[in-house]
Structures are given as structure tokens and as C-alpha cells.
Design a protein around this ligand. Sequence first.
Ligand SMILES: Cc1ncc(COP(=O)(O)O)c(C=O)c1O
Length: 390
Amino acid sequence: MIANRISQFLPSPTLSLNATIKKMQSEGQEVINLTAGEPDFQPPQILKEALVKAVQEENHHHYTPVSGIVELRQAIAQKYKQENDIEYTPEEIIVGTGAKQVLHNTLLSLVNPSEEVIVHTPIWSTYIEQIKIAQGIPVLIDLKPPFQLRAEDILPKISSKTKVLILNYPCNPTGMTIDTPELEKIAGLAIKHNFWIISDEIYEKILFDRRKHTSIASLGLDTKNRTLTVSGLSKSHAITGWRLGWGCGPKQLIEAMTNLQSQTTSGASSIIQQAAISAFLDTESSIRMTQAYQERRDFLVRELSQIKDLDVFTPHGTFYLFVGISKLLNSKYPNSAAWCQGLLEKQRVAVVPGESFLAEGYFRLSFAASISDLQKTVKRIQHFCSSINS
Ligand SMILES: Cc1ncc(COP(=O)(O)O)c(C=O)c1O
């Protein structure tokens, strides 16, 4: 009864894991849930007030232009000019219902059946499933620790069918970013071999140790003309549920995405778009959240590094820690899925197995959680690891 295309891709793994945890919690079990990819902070007050105003006073209740209200696209253009050194016009910007939807529209607008899309792993698995939905072929770069993407890793994956390279930095799940000299080399490859870049920079504001983010589209017109920069407010402003994201790129691509969106979701929510304009007046809250994440990262890296046989890699940004457990796999826990299931059942700590990011032998822990939960987590992981070793 159900169309074949649905069985061609996997549903979101973190969503189903969260359903299991919610069930355990509803049965009265105290689970520390470190699976979710969302901030544990409240959105800035200015955003909440702008939303109420959009509803109560300004009455923004009707359809908007498909690609988004011009005031919001202007605010996004201004952000890229000031913060990222890229000049976009509002016609080069589309607003969608979350970065996820924008990515889906981009892949559907760029990729023909059988064309190849290069993706570095470990990675957020949504890209892979969306490539399959677009009938493209995912071509994977299997990065090893410390998971830094280099142009030389991309080169052997390029073929005559390569249409797109997807970059995600800082990266979900490794937290690693890409430095400017490497981005220059990657841009050089895209120009030489004539492929597109989709650059998902949704974690750009969450960088530690005074690292600066460089958008690959800022590296020159040749690069900008073949890049779709994707971002949104979900992570930077703690409004994952509001569903607002955007893509910036060449006008022709934005027009194609707008046509597609006009026959699917139409414009994003009118009141959310209106409120989102005020997010660009608030630069403080993402700085504050990032400081808190950095303290938690430092705590976790220090404490978890002391646990025998865990491999801890210090993330440059995001709120994720990607931890190696291959030395702790055995006949009882032969893979990361079984290991994470064991940790959940024995110690009531939920983390996401590496398989969900196309990387066996790891788990992803989200430190968008209170320091007291993270302190308990360290103890519980310690107990679980020593029970395996004994
Ligand atoms: C790398 C990456 N891109 C995009 C998204 C989706 O963002 P949005 O909530 O705007 O759809 C996520 C969410 O987890 C993500 O990790």
C-alpha cells in the first residue's frame, strides 16, 4: 500500500530514541537524556516579546511571500555582510521551515537521479537520507579521529558524476570545524572540478577557545556562485520548535527552491518570520550560551578522559562530544547500538550510538544539559565502563 520511495530511506534515529526514553520516563524511571540536538536554554526575551507582538498587536496572520518576508531577508543579508563578509541581496535568500527543510529543497533543486553527492562522516544522517530522497548517490568520506576534513580527503571521491559536496562545520556530531586555509583548498577543488557546495553552518555561533568562523562563500565570487549557505536560529537562539531556517546562494538556485517550496510548504509561518527579525538585534544570548557550553565541554573532556578505554576528542564547537568506545566493545556489547542500550538500561543515561552518524564504535553525547546532570553522567559512565572491564 505504501509507496516504494518511503522504504528507500530511514526515519530520523534520534527521534525514535527519544520516544523510547520518554516511555521509560513515563514509567517513572529517572533517565538523563543526552540525545537531543537542541539547546537547554530559553529563547532570548526579545524574541518572545516580538512573537507576542506579531500575534496581538501587529496581526501577522496571513500568507507571506513564498521565499519569506523581505524585512527578514534584508536582516539576514545584513547579518552576512556584517558577520560573514558576504554580500547577499534579498533575492539570493530563501526562508524555510527550518534548516532541514531548506536542505531538502536544495538537494531536490540541484541533484538529478544518479548524480553523486560527497559527504564527510561521521555526520548528521539526515543529509544521506535526503540525498536518497532526491535519488542522488551519497559518496562518503570516512574521516578518522580527530575528524578534521582536508581537501586531500575529498579529491579521491570526485568523479564525473559529482554534483555537490556537503560541508557541515562546526560539525554535528564531532564538533570539529574547518580552518580557512583548508576551506580555500576545498573551494579550489569545487571550482576546478565544477561542483556545488552546500555549506551547513547552523552551529557557526557555537565555537570555543575564541575560534572564528569563516563561511566558505566569503572566499571569492567563484566560490559564492556555486555555494548554498544554510543556517537558521534553532541552535543560536534556542528556538528549535519555531521551525525557521534559510539558504543563501545564486539567484537561479533560490528561484528554483522558491518554485519547489511554492508547491509544498509555501512560506514559513508568518508570525515566526516577523519575530525572527528581532533575533538579529540580539547578539548577546548566543555568546552567553556558548560560554556555558564551553565550561561544560571543558568539564566533560577533563573527566571523561580519565576513564580507561574511552577515547575523548575535544570539540571545537557545537554542544556535542563524540566519544570512541571501540576498546570497550565485547561479546555482550558488540557494537555501539548495544553499548548505548546497555548504558541506558544499566545506568539510565541516554546517548546516541555512532551508527546514527555512519560511524561505528562511538557515541554522541549532547552537553546541552545542566552541569549537575553532566556530573551524574560522568559517574554513571564510569560505573558502566568499569563493569565492562571487570
Ligand atoms: C547539522 C544540522 N543541520 C541542520 C539541522 C536542522 O536545523 P533546523 O532545526 O533549523 O531544521 C540540525 C539539527 O539537528 C543539524 O544538526
